[in-house]
Ligand binder design. Sequence first.
Ligand code: HEM
Length: 511
Amino acid sequence: MEECLALTLAILTIFVASRVRKFYAGLKAVSGLPGPRVPFWPIGLPGAVIPTTWWNPGLGYHWVKRLKLYKHFGSEVIAIVPFLIGPPGIYVSNVDVARQILGGGQSALAFNKMRSSKSVLGLWGSSLLYSDGDVWRKHRRVVGPAFHNTLYTEVWIRTAQAYHEMVAAEGWGEGDIVEIPIAQTITMKLTMLIIGQCVFGFPFTWISPARLSDGSMSIQECISLIADRIFALRILPKWAQKLPFRALQDIYHARDELTRFMNEQVAERKAALSGFSEGSKELRKDAFSMLVAANEAESEKRKLTDDEVVGNVFAMLFAGHETTGYALAATLGCVSLHQDIQDGVIQQIEEVVGYNRDPTIDDYPKLTKVASIFLEAVRLFPVGHIVHHGGKTVAIRQGTKVIIDMVGLQYNPRYFDEPEKFKPTRWEGISGDSEAFTAFSFGPRTCIGRKFAMVEAVCWLTMVLRDWRVEPMLRPGETEEMWRQRVLDARVGMTLNVFDVPVRLVRRRSK
Ligand code: HEM
């Protein structure tokens, strides 16, 4: 018995000593920077799966403490040093420091839930999202040209079309009040539709999605299924494909069919391209076609493989669908509490577009107030809430994590006065290509889809707000302040997503 006790005590002493050593090594690694000393590193196991509480920071730490974290420690750069499990790490909420770190073009991209397992998108070949250094430059060179005015015009036209289809399909044409218990159901459907049409180049509509050639599933269903379950696809072993579970078989079927389909599409686009050069065909305007075209124009050495082309198309789906969908839902939520701001926006829409025609892409630069409400919602709810960095370009010890805290940046009062307030006016007069929109990241790895998202959002919001006043959908006895506290908060996982946003739309003008 005594021996057993002695052994336990010895093990305990060794463990405590090893943790004390680890802790001091951590403090040394971050050169004594101020910050919380905690049991677990928040962005790894087990810290990330334990909720944010007084003793565990967890994934949501920088969100929950967004208004006081850096103020409390008196520094815009803080260090989290765990004493039980995980590496020490630095959180940065200062743009200049972040710029130095991002400047190296080595960002390890972490905001998307898929990015946690590096080669998820590798299912279809490497892409912009998962590459670094020269490989990343090769991808960006080919993907970059797809993001230009032809694509943005297409995004605008399709978004306007989608609005009309949505009004008809969702029955909004009938009454004067539309209740939407979860705004995300509409905004995510929109962003999936636009990615489907403008990135993949598929003939989706709001109600009739394109189907796989075997008719079993719509392409949209396939893409949604894969987007939702990609993590399972990645972690399950190969033999799992043979298990007799319908849910599993559906995912594998979707993956196989979609891969086959996408490869056929590359071939079809290459063929269309040669038809185009002979003058017999018009070049398609989706990003996929433009990517194939840019790639074909590259020298053999710089060309992407077919798999990499497909990988990049999927990268755009994963980086562009949820992000824009959640940001639009957040925008509706924010404006619903600010009728005065809506009045200003509607006045601009009346002046620029009026009521007798649909808005066009030429109106886009003039719809500054619409753009501002979206940008402000993206600032308040930065979907890509952290950007990981391996620490290769800054003078810190190896093994130390560096996190650009996108929430901390957006809520830093040196950059944004009264950061907790919804103040779209702060964006007016700032040029579209400015790097002030830090929620889209900055430096060489800034979001390549920023204008895509902006054009889609401005078009859709212009059409919605021209027709409808957006109000919060209150529960019985609930005040607007109670609604704000209940709804305008966020779930933090690999992405930061506003809670379900319940709104009601009230028709502005009688039919
Ligand atoms: C509100 C909408 C969006 C937000 C807030 C957003 C935010 C971001 C952020 C913060 C990054 C940098 C991530 C990192 O370095 O870890 C990023 C990168 C990226 N985004 Fe977006 N994004 C949005 C929409 C889109 C759309 C619509 C697309 C495509 C159609 C897109 C495609 C990409 C791609 C491909 C990258 C990687 C760029 C590179 O590494 O060179 N994003 N985005």
